[in-house]
Write a protein that binds this ligand. Structure first.
Ligand code: BTN
Length: 325
């Protein structure tokens, strides 16, 4: 729906309070057909608005979706750096893009960009990331570690452990990690992580960690092609979650594990990561730019690289791939 039409529709409902507005009235107001009004109303429902429809009276809004506010995230945030500086946006193309600009403008480590909706959310391998309004956590965190650039991919694994721990604490569901960064519940994706790096040859300027979490979406929210591969915490736990609380928890876990990593290196993270890993010990296919590789996932190296043993017994080191179980 065009945003101007959406705004006029929502303004009309806001001004009418508890009164019903007829389809005909709304159609004339926003200059479209009654069928189009009905479609717009369905879109609003997908975004979490609850609308009551009564024959011969029309529609009224009975519940507006829960928005995240930066203050709500700050309230009770148990971190020293991560999330102390929050940029909240209603709608952006990608939080990664905003975070990159902020980092180039000198934003401090721990700056977080949160959006209610992304119109061009990005996934790994230049894929699109479905980021519907008011239902997920779409955020990017700026880190400025004093590390060699080749270590940056390890931060993806640090983040994966933080997200899994936060989900476990909030829902009692134990998600699984599929190397390197897919977080799954019952084999379906609940969270994706995208790590993007700005660096010189021997020094990191910033690492932007993008975290996309499917939280309060209901089944109807998903397009057909995602239904078999994606799920949400609401679908899996049966409960609507407070997204601000989830964000606070992810940031707290991430700060703790990031500090542990900076102090003690990757080894303690590796152990935690392996305790959640779903692919280790299994026969998998690694789909890479160079072609597919089938074999047994032996584990990850001390640097977070996947080790795959092919059928001839040769061990391959996989730096970047999609894994099929
Ligand atoms: C993947 O699994 O392919 C990674 C998905 C990462 C999605 C997040 S949502 C917040 C941030 N902004 C983006 O455009 N992408 C990341």
């Amino acid at each position: 729906m065009q945003s101007e039409l959406r705004k006029r529709l929502l303004d009309a409902f806001t001004n009418s309070g508890e009164d019903f507005l007829s389809g005909q009235y709304l159609a004339e107001l926003i200059g479209c057909s009654r069928t189009a009004v009905w479609k717009h109303i369905e879109e609003l429902r997908k975004e979490g608005f609850e609308l009551e429809a009564v024959r011969r009276k029309g529609y009224r809004i009975v519940k507006v979706p829960e928005k995240i506010t930066a203050n709500e995230v700050r309230l009770g945030l148990m971190t020293k750096r991560l999330g102390q500086n929050i940029h909240y946006e209603e709608s952006v193309d990608s939080t990664q893009k905003i975070a990159l600009q902020l980092s180039l403008d000198g934003a401090p480590e721990g700056t977080v960009v949160i959006a209610e909706e992304q119109t061009r959310g990005r996934g790994r391998m230049a894929r699109a990331w479905f980021s519907p309004k008011y239902t997920g956590v779409w955020m990017s965190v700026i880190l400025r570690p004093n590390l060699l650039p080749q270590k940056a991919p390890q931060l993806t694994l640090v983040t994966a452990v933080a997200v899994v721990q936060a989900i476990e604490e909030l829902t009692s569901i134990k998600p699984e990690i599929k190397w390197p960064n897919d977080i799954l519940i019952n084999g379906k994706k609940i969270t994706g992580i995208l790590t993007e790096l700005q660096a010189e040859s021997d020094r990191i300027n910033s690492v932007i960690i993008g975290i996309g979490m499917n939280v309060n979406q209901e089944l109807e929210a998903y397009p057909e092609e995602l239904l078999t591969i994606a799920t949400s915490l609401r679908i899996e736990s049966g409960n609507r979650l407070n997204r601000a609380e989830l964000i606070r928890l992810v940031l707290a876990k991430l700060e703790h594990l990031y500090d542990l990593y900076l102090q003690e290196g990757f080894q303690p993270i590796k152990l935690l990561w392996e305790s959640y890993a779903v692919s280790i010990g299994k026969m998998i296919t690694a789909r890479m730019v160079q072609g597919d590789l089938y074999g047994k996932a032996l584990g990850i190296t001390g640097d977070g690289v996947l080790m795959l043993e092919d059928e001839a017994g040769k061990v391959h080191f996989v730096y970047s791939a999609d894994i099929e179980l």
